[in-house]
Every structure is written in structure tokens, then in C-alpha cells.
Ligand binder design. Structure first.
Ligand code: DAT
Ligand code: MG
Length: 140
């Protein structure tokens, strides 16, 4: 597998509980390198654009409300097979189903307040990175 880039969000439930460093440590321990990082506070409309793929789902409004409730940390992670590796370190969407040692198992509060986002494919990774970062901000 080649070196890839993926997009990550440390979500409001995690920034609020001051877990940013502990979550970044999990990425780094897995061999993922943070090549861009910034703390931002989304509007509900901006969260809605980011999660537009879920707009027909019953939890969409709650999701956008949550994602704009507190600051988040958006990052680009780089490494071997980074998209799959990040999904592995994150754990299952529902923390009740997440494997031991994963971020969501250790830190998530619920299926909605689940501490992290990670891209699920190369196309979405590229789109998500471009939504939040200019090319010059990626320092590999
Ligand atoms: P993931 O974040 O693991 O890629 P997803 O893309 O299916 O999961 O959903 C995006 C986010 O939406 C997820 O992180 C939390 C929220 N979500 C998903 N399913 C939910 C549900 N059944 N109830 C409430 N929120 C949900
Ligand atoms: Mg997803």
C-alpha cells in the first residue's frame, strides 16, 4: 500500500473534555503523521455541507447541531494505508461495538458524540481535505 492522506476531525465532545492530545497520540502511535492541523468552530450550515451525504438520515439535524456546538480540531493525517489505518484506530461508529484500544472505545460518549471523524475512501478524503485546507497548509 502506498502513502496516503486522510482527513480527521476531533469532534466537540472530545475538544470539550480536553482530549485532543490523547487522541493525537493514538494517531501517532499508529504511525500516522499530522501534516496539517487547526482548531475551528463550524457554523451549523458549514457542518451541514460537510455531512450533506447524510442529509436524508433521521439524525442529520442533531448531527449538524452537535458538530457546531463547540470547537473542533481538523487535521490531515499521512501514512502507509492512512485511510484504513485511521478507521481502525477510530473504531466502530457505535462505541458499544468498538474494539478495545480504539479511540471510540476509550473516549466516545454515544453513537452521535463519538469523538472523531475519519474519511472512508480516497475520493472523500480528497474532497474533505479540500473543504478545510488550502494546498499550502499541508506540510508533509
Ligand atoms: P462514521 O463517523 O463512523 O464514518 P457515519 O458516516 O455512518 O459514521 O455517520 C456519520 C456520523 O453521524 C457518525 O460519526 C455519528 C452520526 N451517526 C451515525 N449514525 C447515527 C445514529 N444511528 N444515531 C445518531 N447519530 C449517528
Ligand atoms: Mg462516515
Amino acid at each position: 500500500m502506498a502513502i496516503q492522506r486522510t482527513f480527521s476531525i476531533i469532534k466537540p465532545d472530545a475538544t470539550k473534555r480536553n482530549l485532543t492530545g490523547k487522541i493525537v497520540a493514538k494517531f501517532e502511535e499508529a504511525g500516522l503523521r499530522v501534516i496539517a492541523s487547526k482548531r475551528i468552530h463550524l457554523t451549523k450550515a458549514q457542518a451541514g455541507v460537510f455531512y450533506a451525504v447524510h442529509k436524508e438520515r433521521p439524525f442529520y439535524d442533531e448531527l449538524c447541531e452537535f458538530m457546531s456546538s463547540e470547537p473542533i480540531v481538523v487535521q490531515v493525517l499521512e501514512g502507509e494505508d492512512a485511510i484504513a489505518k485511521n478507521r481502525e484506530v477510530m473504531g466502530a461508529t457505535n462505541p458499544a461495538e468498538a474494539a478495545d484500544g480504539t479511540i471510540r472505545k476509550e473516549f466516545a460518549l454515544s453513537i452521535g458524540e463519538n469523538s472523531v471523524h475519519g474519511s472512508d475512501a480516497p475520493e472523500t478524503a480528497a474532497e474533505e481535505i479540500a473543504y478545510f485546507f488550502a494546498g499550502l497548509e499541508l506540510v508533509g
